[in-house]
Design a protein around this ligand. Structure first.
Ligand SMILES: [Zn+2]
Length: 84
């Protein structure tokens, strides 16, 4: 059983501000989403990518960034990650 571990200052801030179970919820929710590189199909959870996603309401379709796998600058697509 491991608790949420922040990857960066933003995540650390959220975890320190929120009550523990909200932080847990935020962490879980961010782990349930992945971003996928359209170039090489590399996938990583939103949390592990340093992002935050809480709930699916404000659905942002894509985010631009450099793929850590193939090094291409690409638009990552957000996807549900139900089969983990
Ligand atoms: Zn890639």
């Amino acid at each position: 059983m491991t608790g949420p571990k922040p990857n960066n200052a933003v995540q650390r801030l959220f975890l320190s501000l929120l009550p523990a179970r909200w932080g847990e919820s935020l962490y879980r929710s961010s782990q349930d989403w992945k971003i996928t590189c359209p170039s090489c199909s590399y996938s990583v959870s939103v949390w592990d990518a340093g992002g935050i996603r809480w709930g699916a309401k404000s659905r942002r379709k894509r985010t631009f960034g450099k793929c850590p796998s193939c090094g291409e600058k690409v638009w990552f697509g957000y996807e549900d990650w139900p089969d983990r």
